[in-house]
Design a binder for this molecule. Structure first.
Ligand code: SF4
Ligand code: SF4
Length: 312
C-alpha cells in the first residue's frame, strides 16, 4: 500500500431512528427492530477500547445514535478513554441537543456527518436555520460533511439540494451525493445537473485491512469486517460479549464481488495485492454458512425483499 491505512471502529448503538426513509440501507422503516445496545455490550465495548491503540477513530452511530438512552454517557466515556469521536446525524433534534454534545466532546469531536433525507424533513427552512446554528456552535476543528441521499430527485427537491450545496460551499464544507443501494446493487438515478455515478467495486481476492484496522460492531455485540459483511461468514469477527472477538493482525483476503463500503476505500484499507487461493476457500465457507446467516438475519432479509418491491 502506498499510504498507511487509517483505523476505525463503528459502533451501532441503536437501531432506532427518528426517520423512516424508504431506502434505509438497514431497512429500519420495514423491520420492527428498535434494539439498543444493552449495558453488557456497552461495557464490552469500553473494554475493547482499553485494549486498542488510541489512533483508532471511533464512530458512535445508529439509526440515530442520540436516541440511545445512554448516548451522552457513552460518548463522554469514549472521550475519557482518550479517543477522537465521529458522529452522524439526520439533524432532526433540537439545536440544544447538539449544543450539549459539543459541550461534552469539545475538540474530541473529530467529525460530525449530516445526512439530508429530503422526503422526511418536515420543514426545510427551519432545518436550514438550524444548520446555520449547528455550524456556528460546533467545535472549531470538527469536520462537517454533508451527505445527500439521491432518491427520486424532482425539480422541487432539486431546489433544496441546491440550497444545501450552496450552504456547503459558503462554509467551505465537503458534500457528497449518496446513491441508493440495495443488496449489493445501486438504484440508478439519472439527473442532468448532478453527476452521480454509483459503482460497486469487485474486490474479490483483494487483501483488505478491514477487520484488522477496522470493524463494524452491531448493537448486539456482533462484529464484522465492514458494512458489506452481514451475510459473509468470512467477514464475521465474533461477538464483543464473548471471548471469540478478535481483530485480525494482518490484511485478509476479501471474498466479496461487490464491495459497497466507501469507508475502507477512503481510509486506504483495500490493497491491490490479491490472494485467490484464500478467496476461494473463504467463498466455500460463505456458501456453506449462507443458509444459517439468512436464517439468523431473517428479519433483515424479509425487510430487504419488501424494500426491493417498493424501490425498484
Ligand atoms: S435517517 Fe438514516 S438510519 Fe434513519 S431511516 Fe433514514 S437512512 Fe435509515
Ligand atoms: S474489500 Fe470491501 S467488502 Fe471486502 S472486506 Fe474490504 S471493505 Fe469489506
Amino acid at each position: 500500500m502506498e499510504n498507511e491505512a487509517k483505523k476505525f471502529i463503528d459502533f451501532i448503538i441503536t437501531q432506532k431512528c427518528t426517520y423512516r426513509c424508504k431506502y434505509c440501507s438497514q431497512s429500519k422503516n420495514q423491520q420492527d427492530c428498535h434494539n439498543d445496545a444493552n449495558i453488557e455490550t456497552i461495557n464490552s465495548f469500553y473494554k475493547l477500547l482499553d485494549k486498542i491503540e488510541k489512533d483508532f477513530e471511533i464512530t458512535i452511530t445508529g439509526g440515530e445514535a442520540i436516541l440511545h438512552p445512554n448516548f451522552f454517557e457513552i460518548v463522554e466515556t469514549v472521550k475519557m478513554q482518550g479517543f477522537k469521536i465521529n458522529l452522524i446525524t439526520n439533524l432532526s433534534f433540537k439545536i440544544e441537543t447538539y449544543q450539549k454534545i459539543f459541550d461534552i466532546l469539545g475538540e474530541n469531536l473529530n467529525r460530525y456527518d449530516i445526512s439530508f433525507h429530503l422526503d422526511e424533513i418536515q420543514n426545510f427552512s427551519l432545518m436550514m436555520e438550524k444548520l446555520e446554528k449547528f455550524l456556528e456552535f460546533k467545535p472549531q476543528n470538527t469536520k462537517v460533511t454533508f451527505f445527500i441521499p439521491f432518491y427520486n430527485i424532482d425539480s422541487k427537491k432539486e431546489l433544496k439540494v441546491d440550497k444545501i450545496v450552496r450552504m456547503a460551499k459558503r462554509h467551505n464544507l465537503e458534500y457528497e451525493f449518496q446513491p441508493i443501494r440495495f443488496l449489493n446493487k445501486f438504484k440508478e438515478e439519472y439527473n442532468e445537473k448532478y453527476d452521480i455515478t454509483p459503482q460497486a467495486h469487485n474486490n474479490f481476492a483483494k487483501l483488505c485491512y478491514a477487520g484488522c484496522e477496522s470493524a463494524v460492531i452491531y448493537e448486539d455485540g456482533s462484529a464484522y469486517r465492514c458494512y458489506s459483511s452481514r451475510f459473509l461468514q468470512s467477514n464475521y469477527l465474533g461477538n464483543i460479549n464473548d471471548n471469540n472477538f478478535i481483530l485480525n493482525d494482518y490484511a485478509d483476503t476479501c471474498a466479496n464481488c461487490a464491495c459497497m463500503c466507501p469507508k475502507p476505500r477512503k481510509y486506504n484499507q483495500v490493497c491491490i495485492e490479491k490472494d485467490y487461493n484464500e478467496a476461494i476457500k473463504e467463498t466455500a465457507k460463505n456458501i456453506l454458512f449462507l443458509p444459517y446467516l439468512i436464517y439468523k438475519q431473517r428479519k433483515v432479509v424479509f425487510a430487504k425483499i419488501k424494500q426491493f418491491f417498493e424501490l425498484f
